[in-house]
Design a protein around this ligand. Structure first.
Ligand code: SAM
Length: 265
């Protein structure tokens, strides 16, 4: 088990480029088959947003890190996407992509794949432009504070997304539940929450940083969502195939949860 102080210290050494290399280049980001983990994550999000039920003015993404893949299906359904991260280096990496600056990570294969699975024949350049237009705020956040943004979001978000953040910043399951409740404060009653996260993971690497992760089972995710006041709508999981166990972490699998904040919270 880690302490909050040890976690904060660990994140000082987080290298966004190494993290992107470990998780968002082949073999994990291989679009030739849906058996690979990145296409699985993109499929979960594309199918969930395709229902048309999750939409509104604002979607907040908690702990965006240096990545935008999680926003590619979401951006068609919200006027504004608010990205957030604890680390300035990650917010800067996102800003470089949002402004289309040279040296930004190449998300084109992800955008092309999402356009393909959404099946509307949309040119990938249109989706890229739309996400850049709608990603207007990239804010600092700390999920360990009851007000993660330092002040309430006005108006509260219509939807909340968070990928691989809460379990990667919480020293134990109790802290994970508290973090979930804190980010729930950013969401309006009736709003939808979509979580992607690691199952059975105890650490991951990001360059010189070796970050502890609270190992979760599917039952922990169910219990945490209920304890934080969310109603679970759907839970899917993915088993990490041996070929993708590359040593950059010890993850066993990935969960995708769709939950909702009750109207009478
Ligand atoms: N969402 C990205 C993804 O899907 O790959 C990045 C996830 S990365 C495993 C965890 C992220 O949590 C990092 O970007 C890190 O900077 C951020 N983080 C660290 N401490 C945090 C905190 N106290 N509150 C919110 N985010 C934090």
């Amino acid at each position: 088990m880690s302490s909050p102080a040890a976690l904060r210290e660990g994140y000082e050494h987080f290298d966004p480029r190494a993290y992107l290399r470990n998780n968002y280049l082949p073999p994990r980001a291989d679009f030739s088959s849906e058996e690979f983990v990145v296409p699985w994550k993109l499929r979960c999000l594309a199918e969930t947003f395709a229902s048309g039920e999750i939409r509104g003015q604002t979607l907040i993404d908690v702990g965006s890190g240096p990545t935008i893949y999680q926003l590619l299906s979401a951006c068609d359904h919200f006027e504004e996407i608010v990205a957030t991260d604890y680390l300035a280096v990650n917010r800067e990496e996102l800003g470089r992509w949002a402004r289309g600056e040279p040296g930004a990570f190449d998300w084109r294969p992800f955008i092309q794949h999402v356009c393909k699975i959404e099946g509307r024949g949309e040119p990938w350049q249109d989706k890229e432009r739309r996400l850049r237009q709608r990603l207007r705020r990239i804010l600092p956040i700390d999920v360990h504070r009851p007000e993660p943004l330092g002040a309430p979001l006005h108006p509260p978000a219509d939807a909340l997304l968070s990928a691989f953040c809460l379990e990667a910043v919480s020293p134990d399951r109790a802290a994970f539940v508290r973090a979930l409740a804190h980010v729930g404060n950013l969401l309006r009653p009736g709003g939808h929450a979509l979580l992607l996260g690691a199952l059975g993971e105890s650490f991951y690497l990001a360059g010189p940083a070796r970050l502890p992760v609270v190992p979760l089972q599917e039952s922990d995710v169910r219990e945490a969502l209920a304890a934080a006041g969310f109603a679970l709508r759907e839970l899917r999981s993915y088993a990490m195939p041996p070929a993708l166990r590359t040593g950059v972490d010890d993850v066993d699998g990935v969960f995708f949860a769709h939950a909702q904040k009750p109207l009478e919270a």
